[in-house]
Design a protein around this ligand. Structure first.
Ligand SMILES: Cc1ncc(COP(=O)(O)O)c(C=O)c1O
Length: 534
């Protein structure tokens, strides 16, 4: 039983066609309907329809016919059907409702609909066969000029491999261990855990973090100097409200972190970046009162901040009343040696240390922490507000248990091995198949930078899109006011693809890379060693 929907303004009525399409439901031959048939139609207007209100009917399940044009009703039906066919909404072969039923639903004369169907059959838009009703003709394909609407932009191309530097391997999330901690945390949670949350964060988590960060990252703190946040971005948003004036940032960095600072009315001043990280010797000239850096693994270019510069940034902070905001987003993942401790350990009163589980566990949980100089704790809490409205207390308790029981360390050790293997496969594949490409930033983290010859980044990104790769070039990370020489390259996040798809992702990547320059017969790979800059 076919069904037609009829919508009248302000209401929607469902009118089932109780009679199956009769064998003779194809419209009478066109010749039997001369122009002007409508005039002879028994009833042209449905009783009860408001004058001027559009007539609407839906064909099948979701095709809507709306007669709002000008001209006779027959012309309007024909226009509406042609439009639906042209746009692809009515696909070739689609069966139209019997003309009697459509006429009834639209509240118009049967002859009017039959005449419109018959004329469209003549024009070739519809086909009518005894016994199978009226259908959209097979050859009535949508017009090229009006293709069916598709989503615009790069998303139209299927993304086969995600090499963006944003996520860890989601398949490696330690579900079982997290669940065990969640159960334990839930069972042990005192009643007050189910009330309004403390904006400082749960004491259980702050206590556990103080111990863990001291042990694993060399952070010097106490639980009352820690404020829980929903990740680095949230921490920066809060800090932006307590800072003022100018903030020095790395010439290459995340634009949305810069945007967060700008939104708060701050100005960002770019510091050049080289193989030893940010050129902190330029800090005094910036007149900035704060500096946002990624010392463990410069994002995205990849070098750790040189030891001399770690000391120099603290000297600057002491002599200029400055503050370092240390973004320790992937500090646990160091492959050539033990992770370098946080700069915060050098002077806890001059550094705000911000960490999160976005790289180590998952960016979906939205959990992070700020370790603050004592004088900033109240100001940051005032910026956060009187209640915890960001981070779930149960997730906080779960994380506290997860760290305290050793599951976090175990997970990190496992992931360090996992990402190190990935990194080695990436480097090995490029050495073999694209030895003319230099690879940087490989000693730590979940991403590397493939350095490209000048003028080739855009073409490589286009080639990557054609290969179904989602990846970034260095261009968008560059501060618009930076005066340092422009670097071209691809930022390759090797953490995200699932294991089974990793080698296919690398195959696609190799196909997207520029060819070696003419005459470059280099046999040996040039894999960039980590810096010894000062
Ligand atoms: C440079 C940098 N900082 C911080 C983070 C973490 O941000 P969030 O904790 O807001 O997810 C990321 C991404 O994980 C990052 O790439």
């Amino acid at each position: 039983m076919a069904e037609t929907w009829v919508n009248t303004p302000g209401s929607s009525r469902r009118l089932p066609h109780r009679t199956p399409a009769p064998p003779g439901d194809a419209p009478p031959a066109a010749g039997t309907h001369a122009a002007g048939t409508d005039a002879a139609a028994p009833r042209d207007e449905a009783p009860g329809r408001e004058a001027g209100a559009p007539r609407e009917a839906a064909v099948g399940q979701d095709l809507h016919l709306e007669l709002t044009g000008t001209g006779s009703l027959r012309t309007q039906i024909m226009d509406a059907l042609r439009d639906a066919i042209r746009s692809g909404r009515l696909a070739p072969g689609t069966r139209l409702p019997p003309y009697r039923g459509l006429a009834r639903d639209l509240g118009i004369a049967r002859n009017t609909v039959a005449g419109a169907y018959a004329e469209l059959v003549e024009e070739g838009w519809l086909s009518a066969r005894q016994g199978s009703g009226t259908r959209v003709a097979r050859r009535a394909t949508p017009s090229r000029a009006e293709p069916a609407r598709r989503p615009q932009g790069p998303s139209r191309r299927r993304i086969a491999h995600d090499l963006l530097p944003s996520s860890p391997d989601a398949a490696a999330f330690p579900r079982a261990a997290w669940l065990t901690s969640a159960r334990r945390a839930m069972a042990a949670a005192p009643n007050d855990a189910f009330g309004v949350g403390d904006p400082r964060g749960r004491a259980e988590l702050r206590g556990t973090l103080a111990e863990y960060l001291a042990r694993a990252r060399g952070v010097r703190t106490a639980p009352d100097r820690i404020v829980i946040c929903s990740g680095f971005a949230h921490g920066l948003r809060l800090l932006a409200r307590v800072l003022d004036g100018r903030v020095a940032v790395e010439s290459y960095g995340l634009d949305y972190h810069r945007a967060l600072l700008h939104e708060a009315g701050l100005t960002t001043v770019p510091l050049p970046v080289d193989a030893g990280g940010a050129r902190v010797d330029e800090l005094p000239g910036t007149r900035a009162r704060a500096a946002l850096l990624t010392p463990a693994h410069q994002f995205p270019t990849g070098g750790p901040l040189h030891p001399g510069r770690r000391a120099a940034v603290i000297d600057w902070a002491r002599s200029h009343g400055g503050l370092l905001v240390e973004d320790d987003y992937d500090g646990e993942f160091r492959y050539d040696r033990q992770p370098v401790g946080a700069v915060q350990g050098l002077d806890p009163d001059r550094v705000v240390y911000v960490g999160s589980i976005s790289k180590s566990l998952s960016p979906a949980l939205r959990l992070g922490w700020m370790v603050l100089p004592g004088r900033l704790v109240d100001e940051v809490l005032a910026a956060k507000g009187p209640r915890e409205i960001w981070s779930s207390v149960l997730d906080q308790l779960t994380l506290a248990d997860f760290i305290a029981c050793g599951a976090y360390d175990q997970h990190l050790r496992r992931m360090r091995r996992h990402y190190r293997r990935r990194r080695d496969v990436l480097v090995g594949t490029l050495a073999e198949r694209a030895p003319h490409i230099r690879v940087g930033g490989i000693a730590a983290g979940l991403h590397a930078v493939l350095e490209l010859p000048d003028g080739t980044e855009d073409a490589a990104l286009r080639a990557a899109r054609r290969q179904g790769l989602a990846l970034d070039g260095l261009g968008p990370y560059r501060h618009p006011d930076s005066t340092m020489p422009r670097r071209e390259g691809l930022v390759i996040g090797y953490g995200t693809p699932p294991d089974h798809a990793f080698s296919a992702a690398l195959d696609a990547l190799c196909l997207a890379l520029p060819e070696p320059p003419q005459g470059d017969a280099r046999a040996m790979p040039r894999i960039r060693r980590e810096p010894a800059a000062g």
